[in-house]
Write a protein that binds this ligand. Structure first.
Ligand code: DP6
Length: 375
């Protein structure tokens, strides 16, 4: 007999960034963070976990190819935690199936090209933990499961929820209070949209894990950020979301992305995640906000060159129109056709983006992990 459960989990993009660990073994962060889950229609991981007495070892297939489970310590930690919880269920319910003693076969697939360079580890570990928890019929809440997903990849703890989610850093050395919790559902702020501008499909140069370690060891700016800036921003961001205040949301998002990249630059040797196209996009968004006299587009960048823009649905034409013009320009529109940008916009900026953006994914805020019949 084979026991099986399938789930999907969303990608999340932080607006207050996690960067730095105080414990690498347990993935305990040096600051809290806050993110937005994106719609699973565009981006999600689908994971099926099954177990059986007939399986002779744990196997994970990631996008069709077999992973070496034995060498993936993060994966092993997650599976061990979940098996321990299952064995408790079995002890309390004599006669229940001893699933905790069986090997697991896990099949995990993204509905977006892994080559797109998007952080997929968050959705991946969240889906894995949620799938096994469902397979084992564990009584633990999403908050409790987030502590396990965190040990797979820090940002994964935030993919256990839809909408807006904070990861509260906690104080305990054993990580028992370092967990994610939902700040608001997606329906709280239905007008919020997101666009992902894919600039490079290349794998990032410095992985988040090693980049963070280098930052913790060498950046003084980082220490100041973690201790004095992020705690205030977390409070302000929660307030902005509660009040659906896009002006504050955008300002905080932009400042925090830029500060995260400043901290990377303050690392020795410095880490560069943004490229020329990323910086042109920043200038375009800044110019759009300047001309509009308010924030219409909030940009943020993770550990790579791709941009994520948050904007309100009422400004969709304004935001996307601008990037469409960049594309048309790159493809060589005739010089007399005036691009469709707002009055007063510095046209010189448009030509610089060129063909740097290779794909645009239009999406919105999404739900948390779900059970599914797909497999
Ligand atoms: C820049 O969660 O990928 O995206 O805990 O080492 O797996 P590990 O790191 P990871 O780091 C994400 C960093 C970030 C910011 C964020 O998502 O908050």
């Amino acid at each position: 007999q084979i026991y099986q459960a399938s789930v999907t989990a969303p990608v999340n993009i932080a607006v207050i960034k996690y960067w730095g660990k105080r414990c690498t073994k347990l993935n305990l962060p040096t600051n809290s963070s806050l993110s937005v889950a994106l719609s699973q229609e565009n981006l999600r991981t689908l994971t099926t976990a099954s177990c059986s007495e007939q399986f002779d070892k744990d196997i994970l297939w990631l996008n069709g190819s077999e992973e070496n489970v034995a060498s993936n310590s993060r994966l092993i930690i997650c599976i061990e935690n979940l098996r321990l919880l299952r064995s408790r269920v079995e002890k309390e319910n004599p006669g229940s199936q001893t699933l905790s003693k069986m090997n697991l076969h896990i099949v995990s697939e993204n509905n977006f090209p892994t080559a797109a360079g998007l952080a997929s580890s968050a959705a991946g570990f969240a889906a894995l933990v949620y799938a096994i928890a469902n397979l084992y019929k564990l009584p633990q809440s999403e908050i409790q499961l987030s502590r396990i997903a965190r040990q797979g990849s820090g940002s994964a703890c935030r993919s256990l929820f839809g909408g807006y989610t904070s990861w509260e850093m906690g104080n305990n050395d054993d990580g028992s209070d370092s967990q994610a919790q939902q700040v608001a559902t997606k329906s709280h702020w239905p007008d919020m949209k997101a666009a992902i501008l894919i600039i490079s499909a290349a794998k990032k140069g410095v992985s988040s894990t090693s980049g963070m370690q280098a930052t913790v060891a060498t950046s003084t700016l980082f220490t100041y950020r973690a201790q004095h800036i992020v705690p205030i921003r977390m409070q302000e961001m929660k307030k902005a979301i509660a009040a659906r205040d896009f002006q504050s949301f955008a300002e905080l998002t932009i400042k925090d992305s830029n500060q995260f990249h400043a901290v990377c630059l303050d690392t020795m040797p410095p880490i560069f995640y943004l490229n020329d196209t990323s910086r042109y996009i920043i200038r375009l968004a800044e110019e759009l906000n300047r001309v509009a006299g308010k924030y219409v587009a909030a940009y943020t960048f993770d550990a790579g060159p791709n941009a994520v823009l948050y904007y309100l649905s009422e400004n969709t034409q304004l935001v996307l129109g601008l990037f469409r013009e960049c594309y048309r320009k790159a493809k060589g529109w005739s010089s007399d056709a005036r691009p469709c940008v707002p009055e007063g916009f510095n046209l010189g900026l448009i030509k610089n983006v060129g063909t740097g953006v290779c794909q645009v994914i239009l999406t919105e805020v999404g739900d948390g992990p779900k059970e599914t019949d797909e497999s």
